[in-house]
Design a binder for this molecule. Structure first.
Ligand code: ZN
Length: 155
Protein backbone atom coordinates (compact mmCIF):
# COMPACT_ATOMS: atom_id res chain seq x y z
CA UNK A 1 0.00 0.00 0.00
CA UNK A 2 1.16 3.53 -0.56
CA UNK A 3 0.16 6.93 0.65
CA UNK A 4 -0.09 10.23 -1.11
CA UNK A 5 0.95 12.55 1.69
CA UNK A 6 4.34 14.11 2.16
CA UNK A 7 5.36 13.36 5.73
CA UNK A 8 8.66 15.24 5.91
CA UNK A 9 7.43 17.86 8.36
CA UNK A 10 4.77 15.71 10.03
CA UNK A 11 6.94 13.24 11.90
CA UNK A 12 9.19 13.77 14.89
CA UNK A 13 11.21 10.99 16.43
CA UNK A 14 12.99 10.50 19.75
CA UNK A 15 14.67 7.41 21.12
CA UNK A 16 11.40 6.35 22.79
CA UNK A 17 8.72 8.08 20.75
CA UNK A 18 7.40 8.97 17.34
CA UNK A 19 5.03 11.93 17.00
CA UNK A 20 3.06 12.14 13.78
CA UNK A 21 0.54 14.76 12.62
CA UNK A 22 -2.26 13.11 10.66
CA UNK A 23 -3.93 16.42 9.84
CA UNK A 24 -7.13 18.15 10.92
CA UNK A 25 -10.38 16.18 10.77
CA UNK A 26 -11.61 18.32 7.88
CA UNK A 27 -8.52 17.31 5.88
CA UNK A 28 -8.89 13.56 6.43
CA UNK A 29 -10.81 13.11 3.13
CA UNK A 30 -7.61 14.16 1.33
CA UNK A 31 -5.81 11.05 2.54
CA UNK A 32 -5.83 8.04 0.28
CA UNK A 33 -4.43 4.55 0.21
CA UNK A 34 -3.81 2.03 -2.54
CA UNK A 35 -5.38 -1.30 -1.64
CA UNK A 36 -4.79 -4.52 -3.60
CA UNK A 37 -7.80 -5.28 -5.75
CA UNK A 38 -9.57 -2.09 -4.79
CA UNK A 39 -7.35 0.59 -6.28
CA UNK A 40 -7.15 3.99 -4.68
CA UNK A 41 -9.38 4.36 -1.64
CA UNK A 42 -9.99 7.97 -0.61
CA UNK A 43 -10.32 9.11 2.97
CA UNK A 44 -8.27 6.32 4.57
CA UNK A 45 -4.84 6.75 6.09
CA UNK A 46 -2.86 3.96 7.77
CA UNK A 47 -0.55 5.17 10.54
CA UNK A 48 1.67 2.23 11.55
CA UNK A 49 4.49 3.05 9.16
CA UNK A 50 4.17 6.78 9.81
CA UNK A 51 4.27 6.54 13.58
CA UNK A 52 6.17 3.30 14.10
CA UNK A 53 3.52 1.31 15.98
CA UNK A 54 4.79 -2.13 16.97
CA UNK A 55 1.68 -3.81 18.35
CA UNK A 56 -1.22 -2.50 16.30
CA UNK A 57 -2.28 -0.77 13.11
CA UNK A 58 -4.42 2.36 13.34
CA UNK A 59 -6.08 4.22 10.50
CA UNK A 60 -7.90 7.54 10.45
CA UNK A 61 -10.89 7.57 8.14
CA UNK A 62 -13.44 9.89 6.60
CA UNK A 63 -16.45 8.63 4.66
CA UNK A 64 -18.54 11.17 2.73
CA UNK A 65 -22.35 11.37 2.98
CA UNK A 66 -24.05 8.51 1.15
CA UNK A 67 -20.90 6.42 0.79
CA UNK A 68 -20.40 2.89 2.04
CA UNK A 69 -18.00 -0.03 1.82
CA UNK A 70 -18.90 -2.02 -1.33
CA UNK A 71 -17.87 -5.36 0.24
CA UNK A 72 -17.89 -7.42 3.44
CA UNK A 73 -14.61 -8.39 5.04
CA UNK A 74 -13.21 -10.49 7.86
CA UNK A 75 -9.72 -10.71 9.33
CA UNK A 76 -7.20 -13.52 9.61
CA UNK A 77 -5.88 -12.84 13.12
CA UNK A 78 -6.65 -9.26 14.13
CA UNK A 79 -9.67 -7.85 15.87
CA UNK A 80 -10.76 -4.34 14.94
CA UNK A 81 -12.07 -1.52 17.08
CA UNK A 82 -13.94 1.28 15.32
CA UNK A 83 -14.02 4.55 17.26
CA UNK A 84 -16.50 7.00 15.74
CA UNK A 85 -15.60 10.58 16.44
CA UNK A 86 -17.89 12.59 14.16
CA UNK A 87 -21.09 12.07 12.21
CA UNK A 88 -23.61 9.22 12.04
CA UNK A 89 -23.77 5.97 10.15
CA UNK A 90 -24.36 2.26 10.42
CA UNK A 91 -22.23 -0.82 10.78
CA UNK A 92 -23.41 -4.27 9.84
CA UNK A 93 -21.83 -7.28 11.53
CA UNK A 94 -23.02 -10.82 10.76
CA UNK A 95 -26.27 -9.40 9.41
CA UNK A 96 -26.98 -7.20 12.44
CA UNK A 97 -27.25 -3.45 11.89
CA UNK A 98 -25.68 -1.18 14.49
CA UNK A 99 -26.38 2.55 14.45
CA UNK A 100 -23.21 4.51 15.19
CA UNK A 101 -22.49 8.14 15.94
CA UNK A 102 -19.88 10.34 17.57
CA UNK A 103 -18.72 8.44 20.65
CA UNK A 104 -19.73 4.97 19.42
CA UNK A 105 -17.13 2.24 19.75
CA UNK A 106 -17.55 -1.11 18.02
CA UNK A 107 -15.23 -4.08 18.51
CA UNK A 108 -15.36 -6.79 15.88
CA UNK A 109 -13.72 -10.19 16.24
CA UNK A 110 -11.80 -11.77 13.41
CA UNK A 111 -14.69 -13.81 12.01
CA UNK A 112 -17.25 -10.99 12.04
CA UNK A 113 -18.50 -10.27 8.53
CA UNK A 114 -18.49 -6.51 8.50
CA UNK A 115 -19.40 -3.57 6.33
CA UNK A 116 -20.46 0.01 7.09
CA UNK A 117 -21.98 3.07 5.54
CA UNK A 118 -22.58 6.73 6.02
CA UNK A 119 -26.35 7.10 5.62
CA UNK A 120 -26.35 10.68 6.91
CA UNK A 121 -25.75 14.03 5.24
CA UNK A 122 -22.57 14.80 7.20
CA UNK A 123 -19.08 13.30 6.94
CA UNK A 124 -18.52 10.18 9.06
CA UNK A 125 -15.12 10.19 10.72
CA UNK A 126 -13.66 7.28 12.64
CA UNK A 127 -10.49 5.64 13.81
CA UNK A 128 -9.88 1.93 13.27
CA UNK A 129 -7.51 0.09 15.59
CA UNK A 130 -6.39 -3.35 14.49
CA UNK A 131 -4.51 -5.71 16.81
CA UNK A 132 -4.03 -9.41 17.35
CA UNK A 133 -7.13 -10.91 18.95
CA UNK A 134 -6.65 -12.10 22.55
CA UNK A 135 -3.11 -10.65 22.71
CA UNK A 136 -3.66 -8.22 25.61
CA UNK A 137 -1.85 -9.28 28.80
CA UNK A 138 -1.77 -6.11 30.91
CA UNK A 139 -3.60 -2.86 30.37
CA UNK A 140 -4.53 0.51 31.73
CA UNK A 141 -3.12 1.36 35.15
CA UNK A 142 -1.98 -2.24 35.55
CA UNK A 143 0.71 -1.72 32.93
CA UNK A 144 1.81 1.76 34.04
CA UNK A 145 4.79 2.40 36.31
CA UNK A 146 4.80 5.74 38.14
CA UNK A 147 8.32 7.20 38.38
CA UNK A 148 9.83 8.87 41.44
CA UNK A 149 10.61 12.01 39.47
CA UNK A 150 9.39 15.59 39.83
CA UNK A 151 7.61 16.93 36.74
CA UNK A 152 9.54 19.75 35.04
CA UNK A 153 9.09 21.52 31.70
CA UNK A 154 11.91 23.25 29.78
CA UNK A 155 9.92 26.51 29.69
ZN1 ZN B 1 -10.62 -4.66 8.55
Amino acid sequence: MSDTRNTADQTRKGSNFTAYKSGALKDWPNHSVELPGLGKVAGKHFLKDMAGFTGCEISVNSLPPGAGMPFYHQHKENEEIYVFIEGKGQMQVDGETIDVEEGSIVRIGTKGERTWRNNSNQPLRYIVIQMRENSLRQYGLGDGVVLEKKVAWPN
